[in-house]
Design a protein around this ligand. Structure first.
Ligand code: FAD
Ligand code: 2HG
Ligand code: ZN
Length: 481
């Protein structure tokens, strides 16, 4: 049988289970990552609507040695949800987007059970409808799925108060590599009955199982949210401000986000119609948000800011007067990713560091990069409250995509070397996907890597799920790449 005939037969078989796309144009958007950097051909895109269909697809692929690439909203920033090139077998994209029902919202147990393909913003809305809050919040919330959030253990803007996705999951339903369904949708707050299996799948980026549904924690809604954009003379001042705010009585911080002056300049260049509300010549900016589940007496937020304004060297600032005003301040933060994409060649470094090291890290790393690589622009922003910087790179127009690619390894090694020397992590919240596998090998110990490979081997012995992502040792050892 020719390759083409074989492909046709496989697709026909898959269509006995559920619809499957295979037209070149309709496939392309699923085969290309969000940044448009990684592309590889897939056998097709299968679109199940039930857990049983997912199970049948897995069994079908297992029998025929077809690899499965789970995909949610495809907003991941490490190209984990698209096929990899250089594979010797077919890769099928398993899109979860049609499996998107809210199964149950239960204000009594403060929990919500949802299918993996639901958009994060729909999960937030379902919680809101019953007077509760699902606090996970990120720039891509209108297009990422809860299954993708769980599989990447997404962080986002409210980690300071509510933790990472891992902290918000009570139970999971997962299709295993055998095709068996693990029904782990429990809503218990305490459950020490053996190993906590859900944590194996959370953050495993589709390499250990297919998450089909989740039971999530709900929280009291926020009755009042206050937001301010402040300018500071240094990163040390920004960190002192964070500490000062955290020690203010009754100031429940929900976000503390950083934007360097260069990040703001980039957004202004790419969105020239926008008016920045503060003096744009200052060194660094922070977006501070506090949320109350019962309305406080008086202007607690503004009073707290006034108390620490001078001690913390705040140079300029604006407090949002309405929800719309707050949203417009947040846009300066959320538009940075889009601005980098529009500006062209760029690199991403999603790092975390012990908070006290951050000013020194930035000073030394900025200096090292600017002296070694003229024409780079450090676009540094992120979740300062969690020690998570998006220490990204854009370039002056003299540097082309090819020039930057030629420098990439040296730049990355320098930045990650600095991160490692300060006991940080080269991957704070975006994961490993296919873009950081070599860094995982380099920066994790042999013991950690062999434990990870052991887990992969145990849960997915035939390396069916997402080959070429996260831990590739096992896949290599079974001779698949
Ligand atoms: P996808 O990109 O489709 O998949 C991501 C990974 O999960 C892949 O490895 C895929 O195989 C796997 N996967 C997806 N669904 C399943 C499933 N059901 N079962 C098993 N595996 C699965 N990330 C943050 O952490 N914090 C942020 O603040 C943040 N902001 C962002 C802002 C923008 C503008 C963009 C574009 C991205 C941002 N991200 C952020 C990255 C991204 O949105 C998150 O990683 C998100 O969790 C991915 O969800 P998704 O549905 O798009 O997953
Ligand atoms: C954010 O915090 C996202 O906005 C994206 O994690 C970061 O563009 C990036 O590198
Ligand atoms: Zn982020």
């Amino acid at each position: 049988m020719s390759q083409l005939q074989m492909k046709k037969a496989l697709l026909e078989g898959l269509r006995q289970i559920c619809p499957c796309l295979d037209g070149t144009d309709e496939l392309q958007v699923h085969e290309t990552d969000w940044r448009g950097r990684h592309f590889a051909n897939a056998l097709g895109v299968t679109l199940p609507t039930t857990v049983e269909e997912v199970s049948q697809i897995v069994k079908f692929c297992r029998l025929r040695n077809i690899a499965i690439v789970a995909q949610g909203g495809n907003t991941g920033l490490c190209a984990g949800a698209v096929p990899v090139s250089g594979q010797s077998r077919w890769q099928l994209i398993l899109s979860m987007r049609r499996m998107n029902h809210i199964r149950q919202v239960d204000p009594l147990t403060d929990s919500l059970t949802v299918e993996a393909g639901a958009l994060l913003q729909d999960v937030q809305a379902a919680a809101q409808q019953v007077g509760r809050l699902f606090p996970l919040s990120l720039g891509a919330e209108g297009s990422c799925t809860i299954g993708g959030n769980i599989s990447t253990n997404a962080g986002g803007n409210a980690v300071l108060r509510y933790g990472n996705t891992r902290d918000l999951v009570l139970g999971l339903e997962v299709v295993l590599a055998s095709g068996e369904i693990w029904h782990g949708l429990r809503a218990l707050r305490k459950d020490n009955a053996g190993y906590d299996l859900k944590h194996l799948f959370i953050g495993s980026e589709g390499t250990l199982g297919i998450v089909t549904a989740a039971t999530l924690k709900l929280f009291p809604p926020l009755r009042q949210v206050d937001t301010a954009l402040l300018a500071l003379p240094s990163y040390t001042a920004a960190l002192s401000l964070l500490k000062a705010l955290q020690t203010q009585e009754s100031l429940p911080l929900t976000a503390f986000e950083l934007m360097s002056a260069e990040s703001i300049s980039l957004v202004r260049e790419q969105f020239p119609q926008r008016l920045f509300p503060l003096d744009d010549k200052l060194k660094t900016y922070v977006l501070v948000e506090a949320g109350w589940s019962s309305r406080p007496q008086g202007d607690v937020f503004e009073q707290a800011l006034e108390r620490i304004w001078e001690v913390c060297d705040v140079q300029d600032g604006v407090v949002a007067k309405s929800e719309a005003h707050a949203a417009s301040l947040w846009e300066w933060r959320e538009l940075i990713t889009e601005a980098q994409l529009r500006a062209g060649p760029h690199l991403k470094h999603d790092i975390s560091l012990p908070a006290f090291c951050i000013p020194e890290f930035i000073e030394q790393t900025d200096a090292g990069l600017y002296s070694r690589f003229p024409g780079l622009r450090v676009i540094n922003f992120g979740h300062l409250g969690d020690g998570n910087l998006h220490y990204n790179i854009s370039v002056e127009s003299v540097i082309s995509e090819m020039d930057l690619q030629a420098m990439q390894a040296e730049i990355e090694n320098f930045i990650y070397g600095q991160v490692c020397a300060m006991n940080g992590s080269f991957s704070a919240e975006h994961g490993i996907g296919q873009t950081k596998t070599q860094h995982l090998r380099h920066y994790r110990s042999a013991t950690e890597l062999s434990l990870m490979a052991l887990l992969k081997r145990s849960l997915d012995p035939e390396a069916l799920f997402n080959p070429g992502k996260v831990i590739i040792e096992h896949v290599e050892s079974v001779g698949l790449i």
